[in-house]
Design a protein around this ligand. Structure first.
Ligand SMILES: O=C(O)c1ccccc1NCC(=O)[C@H](O)[C@H](O)COP(=O)(O)O
Length: 256
């Protein structure tokens, strides 16, 4: 499934490239105002920090929420205290788009993550051109040398990279990249199985000074408490926010 998602994202990027060339998207990326400092926004603090996700649908659950106005949802996330906002831009299974990211950029001034299946430099330039401050690199989807190339490009463009892992070996590969913001996704992206204890098993292996992000599977405040007590500095939440009143839900999460 992860290979299919990545292949689909690349086909869509190729389609966009026929309208906006690599040279042009690079020019647009370099013309942006500097990216926001996501490492500062997500730095460890006395309370857990939340990356709140704009998520309409997913391969594991199908449709989750209609989200006709992603900018309005993102504004309520920012007003509710989210430290960063994740926007799913994958079109086929998540029903997202780069246009969602652009709209959200106009509405909020917290750091924005382009959440997609990134495998090409073109997509990294696109992310910055659309106003992203962070991009996601999924270790399981990328060969190490290529992942390093994408990582280096993103950082040269002033962006922060959230490097996503799902095992101890993948965490080692994230560390080898020099990653400072490292996520453990509880969801196996091939089987969709959730393992909410995986973060806890890996937490001691994070390098000192890195920011620890627990991703996926949050149903309620007890799951936030569970990740926090296991050492998460940041928790990335999608479904639980888009299927509830986000302001009320965020307020309960941010008390932890
Ligand atoms: O959400 C999925 O079903 C999914 C399936 C395959 C690849 C990626 C997938 N989700 C992307 C994410 O990482 C999540 O949207 C994000 O971590 C939030 O998860 P949740 O809070 O469980 O909605």
């Amino acid at each position: 499934m992860l290979a299919d998602l990545t292949a689909g994202a690349l086909v869509d990027a190729q389609r966009r490239r026929e309208t906006v060339s690599l040279n042009e998207v690079e020019r647009l990326a370099l013309a942006q105002i500097p990216a926001l400092d996501a490492l500062a926004a997500l730095a460890p603090s006395e309370h857990v920090k939340i990356i709140a996700e704009v998520k309409r649908a997913s391969p594991s659950k199908g449709s989750l929420a209609s989200i006709v106005d992603p900018a309005a949802l993102a504004s309520s996330y920012a007003a509710g205290g989210a430290s960063a906002i994740s926007v799913l831009t994958e079109e086929r299974k998540f029903l997202g788009s780069l246009d969602d990211l652009r709209q959200v950029r106009q509405a909020v001034s917290v750091p924005l993550l382009r959440k997609d299946f990134m495998a090409e430099t073109y997509q990294v330039f696109e992310a910055r051109a659309a106003g992203a401050d962070l991009v996601l690199l999924i270790v399981a989807a990328l060969e190490q040398a290529h992942m390093q190339e994408l990582y280096d490009l993103a950082t040269q463009l002033g962006m922060t990279v959230l490097v996503e892992t799902h095992s101890g070996d993948e965490l080692e590969r994230a560390i080898d990249l020099g990653a400072q913001l490292i996520g453990v996704n509880a969801r196996n992206l091939s089987t969709f199985e959730l393992d909410r204890d995986l973060f806890e098993r890996l937490t001691d292996r994070f390098p000192s000074g890195s920011i620890r992000v627990a991703e996926s599977g949050v149903r309620n405040v007890d799951d936030i408490r569970h990740y926090r007590s296991a050492g998460a500095d940041v928790v990335l939440v999608g479904e639980a926010l888009v299927t509830s009143d986000p302001l009320v839900t965020l307020a309960s999460f941010l008390e932890i």
